[in-house]
Design a protein around this ligand. Structure first.
Ligand SMILES: CC(C)(COP(=O)(O)OP(=O)(O)OC[C@H]1O[C@@H](n2cnc3c(N)ncnc32)[C@H](O)[C@@H]1OP(=O)(O)O)[C@@H](O)C(=O)NCCC(=O)NCCS
Length: 180
């Protein structure tokens, strides 16, 4: 986008997405509860829909924050996933996903875990592409926006530290390699 072009902006509500899936025996781990990987795949898919709805472009998952499963989900429960865009950079979007398990006999829902995933919009050449800005309207959306901004800064610091560590390790390894 050229410097003079006005960047589009969309409200959080325009891309919010909810999905659900009934947990079947094939989703179980060896203890008979739902396999964590099955829930992670549902989280990634639900968040990806939300990111692509916001960007209206192809998006890829670039990072997933720490996931903590607070309690097991049982076969026969309905997993309900609620996703919304918390923060947008230039090409990246942080999407928050809240996971609940519903007992279909009682209607009771338990919050089992939440996670933040970062997606990047990709252009036809496979490069990061600019996405619309996000408009946080409600008090809750503004709170999430600010928290997401702080998490983004931490992630980028961690990424830079890891790159530095990799470079230092490669340099140390090269120094101990016998000359050929
Ligand atoms: C997504 C991808 C093209 C980004 O490439 P890159 O060289 O890191 O690009 P950049 O450094 O320009 O970063 C692009 C954006 O991603 C963000 N980003 C990059 N790494 C990140 C990370 N680890 N966590 C959070 N955001 C990250 C940058 O901050 C930047 O955001 P901004 O445009 O909003 O400022 C590249 O990492 C990729 O192809 N990854 C594989 C994605 C994939 O295949 N996912 C599915 C896994 S099976």
């Amino acid at each position: 986008m050229s410097g003079s072009a006005v960047r589009a902006a969309l409200p959080v509500s325009a891309s919010r997405h909810e999905s659900s899936a009934l947990m079947m025996p094939e989703d179980a781990n060896l203890l008979g509860n739902v396999f964590g990987g099955a829930v992670m795949a549902l989280m990634d898919k639900t968040a990806a829909v939300c990111a692509m709805r916001h960007a209206r472009q192809q998006c890829v998952t670039v990072s997933v924050d720490r996931i903590e499963f607070r309690e097991p989900i049982h076969v026969g429960e309905l997993v309900v996933l609620k996703a919304s865009v918390n923060f947008v950079g230039r090409s990246s979007m942080e999407v928050g996903v809240r996971v609940e398990a519903e007992d279909l006999r009682t209607g009771l829902r338990r919050h089992t875990n939440s996670c933040y995933l970062t997606f990047v919009a990709i252009d036809a050449a496979g490069r990061p592409a600019e996405v619309p800005a996000i408009i946080a309207e409600s008090h809750e959306e503004r709170r999430r926006y600010e928290a997401a901004q702080a998490r983004r800064a931490r992630r980028l610091d961690e990424r830079a530290a890891e790159a530095q560590h990799t470079r230092a390790h490669a340099a140390a390894h090269a120094a101990t390699e016998p000359a050929t």
